[in-house]
Design a protein around this ligand. Sequence first.
Ligand SMILES: C[S@@+](CC[C@H](N)C(=O)[O-])C[C@H]1O[C@@H](n2cnc3c(N)ncnc32)[C@H](O)[C@@H]1O
Length: 274
Amino acid sequence: MIPTATALAAIAARLAEAGIEEPRREARLILAATQGVSAAGLLLLEAVDPQRFEPLVARREAREPLAYILGRKEFWGLDFAVSPATLIPRPDTETLVEAVLALGITPARVLDLGTGTGCLLLAVLSEFPAAFGVGVDISPAAAALAAGNAKTLGLANRAAFCAGDWGAALNGTFDLVLSNPPYIPGADIAALMPEVARFEPASALDGGAEGLDAYRRIIAALPRLLGAEGAAVLELGVGQATLVTALAQQAGFNATTRADLGGVPRAIILTRCK
Ligand SMILES: C[S@@+](CC[C@H](N)C(=O)[O-])C[C@H]1O[C@@H](n2cnc3c(N)ncnc32)[C@H](O)[C@@H]1O
């Protein structure tokens, strides 16, 4: 055992050396998780066991994302299990939940294409207690992860998850279609931070040559999947608002955008042109 303060300082120094942006905060989170206490509880621990934290610190030094190491990530105030099968939920994606709430509708049937952890669908279901949702992902492991999250969050009776290629296997229409598709141009992925480029799956990131492949597929499916009064809310990558708006308008949709906290148009809201 070593004194907690000594361990904290040593871990933070190693993480800083590895280029981690918030080394002390992450050191605290790793220590707390491995000693089985909360971050506040760590203050009361006089000594910690290095054997427990060492393997996790080594993984983080190698730039594996903290969320994969701890296996959890918060989104919209809800706790999600995460795994390398899919993207780690991002705060920017909460802009889509805000956009849904701003629509002023009460959706009964919600579809989430590329559901990943299920974070978007489950956050929206948590806001609409009478809604039922379907989440689809090309990765069976992601669909299973999302189903587990629905169960943990007490939403399993209102959510179904399946593996599939966007909406290809689905029949029927939805009041709300959500998607945070892969939208990074393929050639840009290698230059992203190591946590993303080396650890998050290409299937969750790679949007093809211009980053627009998934939008083309999803927008083409919307006329069939969206009810007459329905709305689709899709996440946008930086600088994609104009191009995705053009794709949506060509397909017969009105498009508006909503900015994230950084002022970037992050969500595009599509409704049928009347
Ligand atoms: C950017 S991630 C978003 C995950 C989650 N919705 C979120 O917001 O954190 C994109 C997701 O789309 C899934 N995906 C990629 N291609 C797909 C396809 N053809 N059909 C269905 N899902 C697909 C990926 O496996 C990944 O989970």
